[in-house]
Each structure stands twice: as C-alpha cells, then as structure tokens.
Design a protein around this ligand. Structure first.
Ligand code: PLP
Length: 359
C-alpha cells in the first residue's frame, strides 16, 4: 500500500488510535475477506463467514473481561454509547434509578433517564468542574439500578474504587474498556462505544448479565430491547459488520499482547511517565485530583502566566496529533489508549521538557 506521509503520534480522545496490524487487516478485509473472493462489506451478515466473526467477537469480549461461562452475554449494537443512555433506562427503570455524575457523559445519561422515571443524583462533582470522583456518599436503597461512568474522557478522571450498592451496577466504559483489570463481574451491565479503545465508530459493545435480561421491562420498542438483541445474537437487523470485524481484530491483538493484565501494566507505565512530567514541569499543572487521575486521558493546563503558543508549535512539529483539551477544561489532553506506544508517550514528555527549557 502506498504511503506518503509519516504516521503521526495520535493522542486523540476519540475516535482514536488503533493498533497498526489491526488497521492493516481491517483494510485488507474491505478488499477481500480471508481469500473468499468477496469483501467483508459485500457479504450477507448471515453468511457463515460473518456469523463466525460475530461469535468470535462476542466470545473474545467475555474472555478478555473474565466473564466466560459466568452468565453474561456480549452484544454488538448500534447508535453509539449515547443510545445506551436511553436503552439502560427504558429497559431497567421501574420507578427510580441512581446516577453518579462525574461529567458531561454522565450528565447526558441522566438527561435521557429522566424521561423514564425518577433520577437520584447520588453524588456529583459538578461544583468543582468535575475535577475529581465523588467520595464519601451513601447509595440509597431501593434503586432500580446505579449508573456510573468508569472513566471520564473529557475531565480525565477515573473510578479506581467501585461504589458499593445492592442495586444492579451499570457502567458506561466507553473510554476505559479493556484497559485495566477491574472486577467486571461487579457489573450487571456495561457498555462501550467502539471508537475509544476497540474499533471504528459504528458499534457499541454491551455486556449484560442474563439474570438482568430476565427482569427487564417488556414493552420496549424492538430496536431498543436488550432482551430481543440478546435473543437474536445481535442479528435482529443488519449489524455494522466493519466495526464489529475491526473490534474483533483489536480484541485478538489484545489477547496476543497478554490480555488485560499486560495492557494494564503498559497503560500504567505510559500514564505514570506523563503524569510525573506534568507534576515536575514548571510550565504545566494537572487538572484532575491526583488520586482520581485517569490512565486513559491525562488532562493538564498551562501554569499561570505561561503562553502556550510555543508549546503548540513544538508538539505539532514533533508530529504529535490530537493533544488539544476539550473546551470545557481547556489546556491539553493526552489520550493514551491501549494502542498508543511508550515511544509516543516519551516523545510527548521530551517536547514538554523542551518547552520548559525555552520559557
Ligand atoms: C465518547 C463517549 C461517549 C459517546 O459515545 P458515542 O458513541 O459518540 O455516543 C459516551 N461516554 C463516554 C464515557 C465517552 O467517552
């Protein structure tokens, strides 16, 4: 394949970096899938080839999260994580649900849930522009479920301890799925839009406990019903074959790397390197509270009185892409998803050091 420009160091928050071998295999499959004389995107989703891909993707999702044979199902749906904000509520809300508000994505989930019942905001860090994960709250009894966002992509905060509740625990894991060893069996349902750590936009992984499927509301429109999608093996209608295939490739890649335990180690080393530099470097200040820092999105601002123009020129010249912070935080955000190399993290650190020297 022809390639004219050098690949950039991609720190984008999403859609974001994917492993190079995954891109190559995915691109090849668009031309021809596994020597079958047809493209991945021109065959029936009910062909034996695609059914095998779907089943492999579902089983890898459970295997990587340690949930094989533990009574869970993996679904690949459409509509992004944003559709999950409403699907969780429409399927599970009887009267009231609890939400922990850790930023814009939780806010959006709350807004959708309010259409279907009472939302109790169990805890929120809104008053501090979501720079930390709330602590010291008590979860009330009698909730239909408790919803959290495990990693807040925009503010760079991450739950390192899970809330304690007897209600079903539901999580939006869009930006930290498959990045760390947490107890996935603590969740009754979790979901993740593909485009942060898994594949191209267009599919959303939902992992749901079978017990919970049995308790779901019955009068739910077909396309929004987890029970129906589970019953049809994510083939109720035409699934987005390309994002699902690419997600399967990423999961295979992850397994080859040594699974979640190995990638977690790698992610922690990259994050540590960058946070150490943020804390050491006089030109920058970290945004998120130290104990709640995300291992996926490191947010930082310029120190008071520092002009960032020269920094912007430096990182652009170094072939770094996607470092600009979200408008609600400003400054910078280094997204350091699974596929980002230590070499890219080192390069960023070098550029930060160079900038400090030139101040
Ligand atoms: C990106 C993101 C979303 C939005 O996902 P869509 O697939 O665009 O709907 C939701 N939640 C979190 C935590 C995200 O990072």
């Amino acid at each position: 394949m022809e390639k004219n420009t050098e690949k950039k160091h991609n720190f984008s928050a999403g859609p974001s970096i994917l492993p190079a071998p995954v891109m190559q295999k995915a691109a090849a499959a668009v031309i021809e899938l596994d020597n079958i004389g047809l493209s991945l995107i021109e065959i029936s989703h009910r062909s034996k080839e695609f059914i095998a891909i779907m089943e492999r993707a579902q089983s890898l999702a459970l295997e990587l999260t340690g949930l094989t044979d533990k009574g869970y199902q993996a679904l690949f749906l459409q509509g992004g994580a944003s559709t999950q904000f409403l699907m969780t509520a429409i399927n599970l809300m009887q009267s009231k649900a609890g939400y922990i508000n850790t930023g814009s994505w939780s806010d959006k989930a709350i807004k959708e849930a309010k259409r279907y019942g009472e939302v109790i905001e169990v805890a929120s860090s809104k008053a501090d522009n979501f720079n930390h994960i709330p602590k010291g709250y008590a979860v009330p009894n009698g909730l239909d479920y408790l919803h959290i966002t495990t990693n807040n992509t925009i503010f760079g905060t991450q739950f390192h301890d899970l809330p304690v509740t007897d209600a079903p625990l539901i999580a939006d894991m869009s930006s930290d799925i498959f990045s760390r060893n947490i107890d996935y069996s603590a969740f009754d349902l979790f979901y993740a839009g593909a485009q942060k750590n898994m594949g191209p936009a267009g599919t959303t992984l939902v992992v749901v406990k079978e017990d919970l499927l049995d308790q779901m509301n019955k009068e739910v429109p077909s396309m929004l019903s987890y029970a129906l999608h589970a019953d049809k093996g994510s083939m109720f209608n035409t699934p987005p074959v390309f994002p699902i295939y690419t997600s399967m490739l990423t999961m295979e890649w992850l397994k080859e790397q040594g699974g979640i335990t190995a990638i977690e180690q790698h992610n922690q080393e990259k994050a540590q390197r960058i946070y150490d530099e943020i804390d050491r470097n006089a030109a920058f200040v970290g945004f998120a509270a130290k104990e709640d820092r995300s291992f996926m999105n490191a947010t930082f601002n310029l120190a008071e009185g520092v002009d960032g123009q020269a920094f912007d020129s430096l990182w652009n010249a170094a072939n770094i892409s996607g470092l600009k912070g979200h408008r609600s935080v400003g400054g910078y955000r280094a997204s350091i998803y699974n596929a980002l190399s230590m070499e890219s993290a080192e390069l960023l650190v070098n550029v930060m050091q160079q900038f400090e020297k030139e101040l």
